[in-house]
Each structure stands twice: as C-alpha cells, then as structure tokens.
Design a protein around this ligand. Structure first.
Ligand code: R5P
Length: 293
C-alpha cells in the first residue's frame, strides 16, 4: 500500500505513512488563477492500493474536489484500490431532507466519491450513522473520543471530570469519554433553528455544582452549541468547563467567543489543523490501515 497525503492533510498523511512504514507518494497541487484545482502524482501508484488522506474541512468544496481528482487520477494511473481516508467528512450534517425540496447533500457526496473510484472510506466521528449509510460506500467510522479523553486526563489532569454531551446525538461520545475519565456522564437537549441556525439548550438540572465538566462533541463549527452549554453549566455552578471535539472547525471568531462565554479551554484533533489541534489521530488511522498493507 502507498499513502497519498492530500493537500488538506499533508502533515497528518506523512505521519500516517511513517507509522505504517509505507511509501508516501508526493502530490503536486495548485490553484489556477481562475480558482480551479490542479493535482499531479509525483510517483507511481500503478498496481497499488492507495490510501488518500484528505480531510474535507473548509473550504469543503475545494478539498472534496481535490479528493475526487486524486482518486480518479489514481485509478486512471493503474491503482488497483483506493481507500479515501477523510477524517472530517463534510456535508454529513445534511443527512436527510429537513425541509421540503432540500438536497440530501451527503448522499450526493457519496455518489461523487464512488464515481471518482473510491472503493472504501475511512472517517472519524462522522456526524451520524445515517450519514455513513447515505454515502453508499464500504465505510469505517473511527472514534477519536478515547484519545481526547485520555489527553484531558493525562495532560490536563482532569481525570474524574464529568463528561457532557451537548445533545442526544453526542450521548455515545460522553459515555465513551466516561470510560476513560470515570466521573459520570450526561446530556442536554439542544435545538437549532433551521432558518437562523441559532442554538437553544433546554434548561435541565445536572449534578455539576463545583465540578469540572468536559463537553464532548463531534465538531465545533460556529461555537453556538458549546457557548449555550457552557452558559448553562456555569449557571448551575460548574467550577470549570472545557470542550473537546474531533473536528475543530472553529469558523471565524468561534474560539474567541467560546472562551469569552466562560469556557476554560478547547481541545481538538489534527483532523482539522487549528491552534487547538493538540491530539493526533495519526496512530488511530494507521492502525485501521494496517490491514490494507
Ligand atoms: C450537531 O449536532 C453537531 O454534533 C455539533 O453539535 C454542531 O455541529 C456544532 O456546531 P456549532 O459549533 O455551530 O454549534
């Protein structure tokens, strides 16, 4: 197997290749003056299984298209199998038709990936199982939550903290984190307006007075979810509140606004490069890819 570190995940891809002891095929890429993407393999992929590492964080459309170009070109150049390793799977939140007439975006993305020759997808903490199914591909969804929880326990000294899911959809994540932290877990009820995107967290009594709480979620985008949860937790007397996520998209000034809301710190993985991406998922991905060697 050869590893192809895509333009969006160059460092992560190189780390995965190193851990696997596999050859990394360099990729040349650029944008034409009109904004079109260009990629070129600088090494042979003929007869190989290739693992293309390319997260699809913003700009999502560009990163997705680069992935399609790489996969299609790999097949065209004789690769026998393409495994797309997409830690952050864009468009997974549009996994159903919430309002009449909407596109089910993740289904369309799945069609594009299949048409581009992707044989298997490896992703991390995809938004939902519905999204995973809608892709219509052989797919594996890995969890970075134990890595995040271990980081919080060992590097931040937060063993025994309460693990909180900001909505029911993230409950499995709080439960998983609790296996490492051991301080109990719970969840909130969250609603997001389909029209304005505004987040509202329902009042719910939690036993967090004087305690340290860590909010676990798949992603932080605008920060609306973490901010609403932090405010509620602080109101209920939580001593310290942290947020941990697999995909720190942190659009615009999200991080600044989260910290201003009373959150004591944010931690994420290198699925999305950012100032809080302190936990690496390279080992997690390499373990999954070992079978392809
Ligand atoms: C939604 O259900 C997700 O799990 C996240 O809670 C959400 O996408 C975070 O987005 P934001 O940071 O914009 O609230």
């Amino acid at each position: 197997m050869k590893v192809v570190p895509g333009p969006a995940s160059k460092e992560l891809g190189l780390r995965v290749a190193e851990l696997l002891g596999a050859e990394a095929v360099q990729v040349g890429y650029k944008l034409f003056p009109d904004g079109e993407s260009y990629v070129r393999f600088d090494g042979s992929v003929e007869g190989e299984t290739v693992a293309i590492i390319q997260s699809t964080y913003p700009p999502q459309d560009k990163h997705l298209l680069e992935l399609c170009l790489l996969s299609d070109a790999a097949k065209d150049l004789g690769a026998k199998r393409v495994v797309a390793v997409v830690p952050y799977m864009a468009y997974a939140r549009q996994d159903k038709r919430f309002m009449d007439g909407e596109a089910i975006s993740i289904r369309t993305v799945g069609k594009l990936l299949r048409a581009a020759g992707v044989d298997k997808l490896v992703t991390v903490d995809i938004h939902s199982n519905e999204a995973l199914r809608a892709l219509g591909l052989e797919a594996v969804n890995l969890s970075a939550i134990p890595l995040l929880a271990r980081y919080m326990a060992e590097e931040k000294g937060l063993a025994g903290a309460f693990a909180l899911a900001p909505d029911r959809g993230a409950l499995d994540k709080a439960e998983e984190a609790n296996k490492v932290l051991g301080g109990g877990f719970g969840w909130l009820h969250k609603e997001r307006s389909l029209l304005t995107g505004e987040v509202r967290v329902e009042e719910k009594m939690l036993d967090v007075s004087g305690r340290t709480v860590i909010i676990f979620d798949d992603m932080i985008s605008t920060g609306g979810t973490v901010i609403a949860a932090t405010k509620l937790l602080k109101k209920q007397g939580a001593a310290r509140v942290y947020a941990a996520c697999s995909h720190p998209l942190l659009v615009g000034d999200a991080l600044k606004r989260i910290l201003a809301s009373g959150c004591d710190g944010v931690v994420g993985t290198d699925s999305v490069p950012s100032s809080v991406s302190v936990v690496s998922i390279a080992g997690l991905l390499a373990r999954e890819l070992r079978d392809e060697l």
